[in-house]
Design a protein around this ligand. Sequence first.
Ligand code: ADP
Length: 397
Amino acid sequence: MNTVPDGVRLQQDSRQLKAAEWLLNAKSTTGIRSPHFWIISLLMAGLGYVYYGVLPAFHDVYIILFFYPLLYAAIVFCLKGVTVTWVVFLGLLLPHVFLFSSDPYSLARSLLFAAFAFLISGLFAAQLNYLQSQVESCSEIVALNEELTDSIQRLENTQNQLVQSVKLNALGHLAASIAHEINNPLSGALLYTKLVSKKVGSDSFDKGEAVANLSKIESAISHCCNLVRGLLDFARQSAPNLRPVATTEILNNTLALVGHEAQMKRIQVVRDELPSLPPVMADPDQIQQVLLNLTINAIQAMSEGGKLTLRTSIEENGMVAISVQDTGCGIPPENLERLFTPFFTTKEKGRGVGLGLAVSYGIVERHGGKIEVQSEVGKGSTFTVRLPAVKEAMQPG
Ligand code: ADP
């Protein structure tokens, strides 16, 4: 194969470009200010002198000498040059042939030369016009490209600002939610503490009433503790300690913790696992936390009993999917997009703080995985966790 080194090709390209530029620049200077006009005129005068003064015969043949300056004109003045070629040729040729030699052969020869000159100069001119249009469209493309780069840059800046403002908004929302969630039980605890301390010193002190109030204080404070624990989990963002783990092992451990509760609530547990599934790269404790949260939610969604299916499969992109499916109440569409937001809960006070899915989402993301939900009200929900499989385990042999 004939290969031209890149450097040599670049040099050739730049030479061609320079030649094209020279021709186009030459074309842009017109009239008597153009050096080409004077070069052409001098050539015509010189050749005219040679033609009439030096050469004695065969003028119809030597007329081709004039072809060269006119070709030059065609190149630098393009189509205008072609017209000039044609007019000057015929202006010189026809009178000359009619005046000096009325020989029909020499007339035919001269006309043939004229046609040849017209054709060649026309081709040059057309080629040059094409070259110019190419150069023009090239510079137009370059300008458009620059404009596009500018717009992309502006768009990126706007997007960054938008992301920043969305982050700030989310942060503000989170701070307000935390304040609200912690303030309510604390205010209650404060109120009951004041009440108890007021009653302790008074004659109307009732031991039973004091115990009831103290238990309310206890439950308010334990709710706060739960909230803070959940928040710590959410904020800790600890990097997972990844190792190959068999999904069966994670599911076994999960069911060991919630299986009894499922049984109590008349929930049938089904395991639909793909045999010989490759292990996943995961932190077993963290993924266990995710699956525990998903199964507890599923069980709580089936207050009237139902079926809990734990399914595993492998996907084409090398991800292992673990899904937790229930036949519970389902999730209304308007709640679906808020599920993973901190403090989103529909559970009654004391049963949920709305951090389980937010924490799970963070854990799965840090594993390089994805968590998705599909749900239909009245029919049930399926939460699917996708985790990267161990690559070596997937290779045959
Ligand atoms: P919590 O369980 O403390 O409410 P989560 O973040 O785990 O917090 O769940 C948030 C909300 O998502 C729940 O209150 C519930 O409304 C909804 N949810 C989660 N899982 C299910 C499910 N399997 N079926 C129906 N609703 C669910």
